[in-house]
Write a protein that binds this ligand. Sequence first.
Ligand code: ADP
Ligand code: MG
Length: 782
Amino acid sequence: MPDARRREDGLLPSRGERTGSVDKWKSVFELAPDGYFITDLEGTILVANRRCEELAGRGRNELIGMSCLEETLVSATDAPKARAILERGARGQSAGPEEFRIVTKSGDSIFLEITTHPVTIEHAKLLLCIARDTTQHHRYEDSLKKANARLQALIHAIPDMVFFKDLEGRYLMVNRAVEAVAGLPGERFIGMTPDDHLPPDAAGRCRESDLLALQGDQPIHTEEYAADKDGWTRYFDIIKSPIRDGGGELLGLVAVCRDITERKKTEDALRQNEKFIRGILESVDQGFIVIDRDHRIMLANKAYLDQAKLTLPDVIGRKCFSVSHGSTKACYERGEHCAVRQTFETGEPRTATHIHRNRDQDLVYVDLKSYPLKDEEGRTIAAIEIVNNITDKKRLEEQLRHSQKMEAIGQLAGGIAHDFNNILTTIIGYGSLLKKGLNEDDPLRHDAAQVLEAAERASNLTRGLLAFGRKQSICPCAVNVNEVIGNMGRLLRRIIGEDVDILFHTEDEALVVMADVGHFEQVLMNLATNAKDAMSDGGCLTISTGKRHLDREFIQSRGFGKEGDYARITVTDTGVGFDDRIKARIFEPFFTTKATGKGTGLGLSIVYGIVKQHNGYITCESEPGSGTRFDIYFPLIKDEAVPIRPKGEAEPGGGNETILLVEDEEAVRALMKKVLERGGYRVIEAKDGEEAIERFCEQRAHIQLLVLDVIMPKKNGRDVHTWIQRERPDIKAIFVSGYTADIVTTGGILERGAAFLSKPVSPPALLGKVRELLDGNGSAKR
Ligand code: ADP
Ligand code: MG
């Protein structure tokens, strides 16, 4: 542009021309990019350049002569500023730049930044004013302010806490939410760091995550907790994002913290809930399983696994019928009642009783209850099954049934035996008399002997039944179990023969129990006999004793027993043993597996009856081929053991004393009368208790001994005795009965010192007892 330059060059006055060439300066003035105008000191415009025209939207002729204080030109609010500038100008001082809102001709507002300089032109003091258009800038700033206001409103409206921080972690700004949580006005935060208001550990965590956010480009996500103004721990979900300016320079960061305390609490509560539910499921002793519609097990608790003896992987995902029954077919397909299937069909709870098999293939009796697990639409999506192991209950029921059965059989057998015994007493009695009355060479003597022998066998049988039915009389006294067994050694060895070894392991301590020695010996003999039969090819019989405390656990597991200390007698053999079917019936009378004529089936029944009668218990364990073990428990007593008196059968002698014989059974009475009279005694008869007292009253001076049936109509034997004792305290009495139970209930007859005879009474026994008592040795001996 050489022409332009030349023109510009031409515009520039030389040093010599400068003051004089006003026209040239006018050109400069005229072409300036800013508005140039000159006013007098009152503010009236004297000269204005072209740019001024453009800015004000007014022609120069209009501008010139206008006052800068005019409202139509300068906004009224800016008038004081204008006046101040004029005053400075009057004092010869420059002013500005100062921003003014100028009203254009069209009424729009523009913003001008005006600088004033005092000038003197042709001796007149004037003001040169330079106006730069800042409208654009002003508008930009304005919109920036608005944007900022919107941003602020937004930030404060956010319910989450918002923190702006500088590079050193100092707060630049926080929103209202922060104020609410911290209980401090927002301004107080400015310049503070987390160290100024958080506990050291929380502040430390905050600093760390700040650093992390500042080091990266992306927002980071963290979870923090800190105490609020009331000291409660609050949890926050935090996003921290670095802030960079347009040039990418790091300015600081913004942190948005969401209070998730409530959510956390709910989550914790749910977790806790879940823990509790799981805890409950795992600690109850009822089995729980969840089964889907496909009959697959989805969940199982510990109790279920324990009773099935399985582990979780053994059952999860497997069909329930395969796990519980080892079957490939569902229970309902095998015609079994399936509670789960019914629950699926009806959407209702259902019950069933099944027999499952555990891992060891043992039978487990279970009560099942199945409940529907429904979705939101009410469809049954799974079944919850409660599996309750009732095997123990079943076993106890079985035991109860068994003992009830034994009781019933006992009653029947005992009842028959008792009545039969009276008949036998007559047969044996008269048989003996008959035999005695016949000469040695009389052929009928042999017949009589046969009758007596058969009757004796029948008597043995009834004795067995009476023993089983616990209707045999017993005379218990304190005995040391070890001693009784010790005394039986030789006898037992004889019973079991040479092929079988016999071992004794007796407890060192004396085991004193109340027992009828004869009966106790009978128990051991019967057990030894069976053991011998079971060990026909030889073996070993072991008899051991020990002290055993029967505790609750024992009683619960067996379904019988009374807590306390017991003497335990264990009889073990190495014989053929037996299975559970035989075991169930072993104590029944006449149950035998032996050939006819070999076994009577009464051996163990007698054992059972005797043990029961002694308030004891008997258990047995056996397996085919593995021998047998019987355990007998007799309650221990604290008394000292009394020595066991050897039985001596002295030949009974007769006498001439007077005896009152009271017996309601006529045949028995007649027999006893005959026996006694043969012995030389004088007998006064009575058929019941009342008659007995009448007879006593008539002949009280002569009567020296009473023979009393225990159970009689009108007045029983004991009452008769008591009545007579009031008059004759020293009178001796022999009680006769087939029942022991009766004696026990009428009370105290068997106390030591009372004389007793059990039916059937043999003549020598009766005579012996009578003599014994009359001679003053009245003791309880059968
Ligand atoms: P018996 O001996 O007359 O058969 P028991 O009442 O003594 O009658 O016994 C009943 C049954 O119990 C026997 O027939 C036998 O089958 C079985 N038994 C008893 N004891 C034993 C034992 N020690 N070993 C094997 N089996 C036994
Ligand atoms: Mg036997």
